[in-house]
Write a protein that binds this ligand. Sequence first.
Ligand code: F0G
Length: 427
Amino acid sequence: MDLAIDAPTPAAPDCADDGTWLACIACDETFAPFEAVRYTCDECDGLLEVRYDDPPTFDEFGSGASSDGPDRGVWRYREGLPFDLGVTLPEGDTPLHRVPRIEEAVGVDALRIKHEGMNPTGSFKDRGMTVGVRVAKELGVGALACASTGNTSAALAAYGGRGGMQTLVLLPEGKVAAGKIAQASLHGARILEVDGNFDACLDIVQELAARGEAYLLNSLNPFRLEGQKTIGFEILEEFYADYGTFPDRIVLPVGNAGNTSALYKGFRELVQSGALDPDEVPKLTGVQAEGAAPMVEAVEEGNDEIRRWEEVETRATAIRIGNPVNAPKALPGIRNTGGTAVAVSDPEITAAQRHLASEGVGVEPASAASLAGLKKLRREGVVDDDERVVCLTTGHLLKDPDAAYEAGGDPEPVPNDADAVVDHLHD
Ligand code: F0G
């Protein structure tokens, strides 16, 4: 399949259902979207992409009128989605924060923070789940499953619960932040802790899905990415409303590279519909932690394939991933938009987390990787001072209370006495 930005809109094959179908990005084979459960290509095991014969334009997006339902958040973009409404909490409509002090410190023409931590379960995963669980209902499956570094499991548990379905999550033992396990647990997921890393969990859950135990809702599932592409639509609309142009660059944390793939797909569809010029597509810029950076390695070495890292480590546990399964979609996205990928150290991530918090934006460590990456690329001169940039922050501060506590200041014990407290303050 041609993943170029300006690839023409493909003609609908006979298997299309109401102008929607699945296509393999490796061999171009096409499939009916809702007839059978399918995650990858039957012919070559390549990644699948959801396709439409009529990609959306900005004019077709809804107005954002109602408080819950089709005009709100993700579903405002229903013209670009496989359904008109999903299992919703509702999700999307996240803030695009101004951060003037950070903007000045970084030294770019404009910097905005798209804070996806403000979704119902505190991460961007909700955008994918509202679509994914809707598709699960269409397919008539009863149980849902995912492997997760935490956020996907929280979102799956919440949206599965809302949809009245059973949920099963596989987590790497000892490597998931407390807030996320608490969410998955209270929303009713059955939680299996695997003696291995995230990539091992994903291998196992794929096997479970192949054996029919549950419907897989990791970002390998192409319908998840449909919901997540609305992040890009929101950024373009909100940014344009304030600046009269689109951002030059979007910087985002990368784990499985689902978001990178999703944003690129959304932008390609806007180009296909004529709503966006190819040269207006923001440069997609991925950031990984130094201890888990196979995408950065592939971009730097110009490889089309990822080398799986068996040993991964970073305090940003959400992106502690050595085998980004969506790389075949994300690498063309980074290259064809003129973007890049960069790795940052854990101390750089912590510094960026503190910097965002100082301006009121509370994010978990993985999210702060985007700002840390932007700072590094500014220092290296890769990002120019006249650029207008959006950094994506993917998860809320409270997801990882331990990391927040470590990065923040310590509470000071004082006696139960006003005079003593005043003395303490002036010490
Ligand atoms: N940021 C956060 C907070 C995440 O939870 C994740 C992924 C990413 C970034 C990376 O996004 O995979 O689209 O490149 N978390 C998954 C999970 C793996 O299980 O919650 P990606």
